[in-house]
Design a protein around this ligand. Sequence first.
Ligand SMILES: [Zn+2]
Length: 408
Amino acid sequence: MAASVEEIIEFYHDFKKNRLASLAFAVDGIVVKVDAFAQQKRLGFTAKSPRWAVAFKYPAQQASTIVEKVEFSVGRTGTITPVAKVKPVFCAGVTISSVTLHNFAEIERLGLMEGDAVLIERAGEVIPKVVKVNRDKRPDSAKSIKPPKVCPACGGAVVKEEEFVAYRCDNPSCPAQLKRLLLHFASRPAMDMQGLGEAVVDGLVDSGRVKDVAGLYGLAKDDLLKLPLFADKRAQNLLDQIEASKKRPLESLIYGLGIRQVGEKTAETLAQLYDLEGLAAASEEALTRIQEVGPIVAASIHRFFHSPETKKLIERLKGVKLNFEKSAKKATSAKFAGQTFVFTGELQTMTREEAEEKVKALGGKASGSVSAKTAYVVAGADAGSKLRKARELRVKVLTEQEFLELAK
Ligand SMILES: [Zn+2]
């Protein structure tokens, strides 16, 4: 109990000097409270906290040590994080032997080398970090720190994304990233397997039953029943969802592969231009020319499909017969909804395929044969039997020019 502000200040300093280091747990400050309930009541609360209690934090505690080695860890998104293994040192209530270096830009900023003497800092529960390098103590044996060329988890190629400071593992089957990728692959805009939640993914990956996304398609009911929480019905539901996903449109698969920079919209554009193998073989130049793609996304797509790990995965997905087919253009308007067009004869300003695309883009259907249900027959030069049939059935006949007017 303190009788005055001076006594509080004295306690703060005394506690830091004599008690803090010997506590069995980490403490980052003290809290001063008004003791009398009546006064607490009068002071009341702000929107966030009581007015009768104030925290006074101690500055982060620091310690000197040596960086013995720098290791790399792979996060769930594939980001490679450098971690300094330091000579164990006691700081802020715990023994520290591992310190995050965040990224390679941070290593550069610090000018850190392996073997360096460093000052580290730890505040509260925050992960300890290197504050500065003591260059005067740098040994001759100090080694510079280079980003790894291969992923420490899978041996796949590591790429640097030019616009970011991060280095990443680009392997779609990297074990460090697999759980996150499976959840993404199963998400609704991707392959839509609602039964594949976090607990199921953990079980499948940790037990080694699934080693890449293609592995989902080899699961048997027994594999699922061996996992906790899986009864017969739930297992069958998931197997049905996995089976149904084979028919998902190509944009869902492209999105589900988790290619960096490729969101739902880009996946849709790509699926309308290429089948999956065509996309995998597309040159970076061709991809860059696509209006909604551009150079950064094109480079990412090209790099993804040219890694040996992706090639293996695509082969496996082909083997389980996922839908690799190019998607039809989605209707951009409903102008021709419910109407069927038949093209006959030679068109002057476009190919028949282009004309049919135009009809589909406006929500209509294109057919190869004339019936009473045909809304229009578009007759080009040298139209033959279809034009005759249209006249017999009294189907409206348009010239190419009239069709273009109508499609405007
Ligand atoms: Zn990896």
